[in-house]
Design a protein around this ligand. Sequence first.
Ligand code: NI
Length: 239
Amino acid sequence: MRRLIPVLVTAVLGLATAPPATADTRHAPSGTTVDCAKVKCIALTFDDGPGRYTAQLLDLLRRHHTKVTFFLVGQRVAKSGKIARRMAREGHQIGDHTFTHPHLTSLTDDQIRDELSRTQDAIHRATGRRPDIMRPPYGDTDDRVGAIATELGLSQILWNGSARDWELRDTKAITRKVLGLAKRDRVILMHDIWPETVAAMPKILTTLEKQGYHVVPVKSLLRGRQLLPGDTYPVGGWN
Ligand code: NI
């Protein structure tokens, strides 16, 4: 898996595709851009949705002027694009979490391609934007998955802190776990399909804010560097 390429090369290669000023920083508190080189940032990321509690989470994030990243399951987006549309409109980053949430490394090349591209299509139909980041379900990836992601214009986003909310299923325990993981520039894995996770978010957000953190979408951690298709971030595994 390729590592991040320095900014100069990336800037040259990325000229044609570089997006304009990103929506994720537009709504930052006090209207300023969050610069993670200067302030303490952390990225909360939510997988497997949209689900029945996602709208509640979006309401809370809006009250806190906070942007996060959602890795969406394509078949859920295909059923109803409304929530995905709202995420995009409110400035959150949206990534591809496959169409049916399989273990990608157990599939054929064509099946992997299908899982990822159908989800890109569904998200594009719902939001008008084609995602350029993906997260492999279960973190299950290899060079073959990486090559197909590259072909589809996707970088892979992993994590370096997990809420383990699917097994804790307890609001206080999830709150404690996430706050215990909090560290500058960390990418935290959570799941908005669980009510306990969404219920933990008010305390998590107010505590992180008190501790001086800026909760940002994952790409903001890159401090202006671009991810290229095939890049993996964060480099160095997960726990
Ligand atoms: Ni997942």
